[in-house]
Design a protein around this ligand. Structure first.
Ligand code: PMP
Length: 301
């Protein structure tokens, strides 16, 4: 197998050589931001939206990304091409960089940018076909006035804690509520429910990341003529929904068939979920930035 190449500190290096300092505040404090992006058949899906969110997260935590959006775009393309990937998951990480042990970010003058591109399927194929199970968890979603869910920071402990709870409950994924008890999202995905033909997802102000896949599904639902609403709902609404599904760059679109041991409808991925998923699959290769302009042979860089 050929080696995997990672972009780190201005160059593409072999995976084994892609190491960062233990004094990097991304490592010491989770001080940094990131994005997860997918490439479908050489097409970087919704790259502009992902870069916008990356720069907004950085702006919010006063982190200067040492490249322009155009430069980061080129770095991502170069990383995909160097690894000769057609379809891939890309992780872009910008850390505050190395500093002293104290947490003050003014110690750090050299933010670090990492780009990783590799194959990633979050769950085995059977789970995508049969649907997954959710468990609602005791840990609440970070309040937007404490650490905004809109900042895709390297501090993912809130999400990791709920994943641990889901694991302990024997479920595939967690269902996170906010401090008022309204449904927000999963550990790394947005949630949709369907009732009587209408599709609902929580408004982001309740405490969900404004997912790019979420927004794409909202557009698709509207284009296909479904009634699509951003409205608050509770666990009860999820239990009695006709269909439930999750969206996210890593997970893509996946049906949920059981929540807190309540079987959703007949326990099979629903018809509308499958309709949205097939339209999503059609669109992912159309709408984005091409890594390989002409033929695959241009992959050799
Ligand atoms: N919520 C959280 C907490 C996430 O980490 C993600 C993954 N980025 C999502 C939702 C889904 O967002 P997107 O569709 O932009 O990947």
């Amino acid at each position: 197998m050929s080696s995997q190449w990672i972009f780190l500190n201005d160059q593409l290096v072999k995976k084994e050589e892609a190491v960062v300092s233990v004094y990097d505040h991304g490592f010491l404090y989770g001080d940094g931001v990131f994005e997860g992006i997918r490439v479908y058949s050489g097409n970087i899906y919704k790259l502009e939206e992902h870069l916008k969110r990356l720069y907004e997260s950085a702006q919010s935590i006063m982190l200067n990304i040492p490249y322009t959006k155009e430069e980061i775009q080129q770095i991502i393309i170069d990383t995909v091409r160097k690894n000769e990937l057609e379809s891939a998951y890309i992780r872009v990480v910008v850390s505050r960089g190395p500093g002293y042990l104290g947490l003050d970010p003014t110690n750090c003058s050299d933010p670090r940018v990492v780009v990783i591109a590799e194959d990633l399927a979050l769950f085995p194929k059977e789970v995508y076909e049969r649907g997954l199970t959710l468990a609602s968890v005791a840990t609440r979603r970070n309040r937007p006035d404490v650490l905004s869910p809109q900042v895709k920071s390297l501090n993912y402990l809130n999400n990791i804690l709920v994943k641990l709870e889901a694991n302990q409950a024997g479920a595939h994924e967690a269902l996170m509520l906010n401090d008022q008890g309204y449904v927000t999202e999963g550990s790394a995905d947005n949630i949709f429910i369907i009732k009587n033909g209408a599709i609902f997802t929580p408004p982001v102000y309740l405490g969900a990341l404004e997912g790019i896949t979420r927004n794409a599904i909202i557009d698709i639902a509207k284009d296909l003529g479904y009634e699509m609403k951003e409205a608050p709902f509770t666990r009860h609404d999820v239990y009695v929904a006709d269909e439930v599904f999750l969206t996210g760059t890593a997970v893509e679109v996946i049906a949920v068939v059981e929540v807190d041991q309540r079987i959703i409808s007949d326990g099979q991925p629903g018809k509308i979920t499958n309709h949205l998923l097939s339209e999503f699959r059609k669109r992912v290769t159309l709408d984005g930035v091409q890594c390989y302009q002409s033929t695959k042979s241009s992959a050799a860089v």
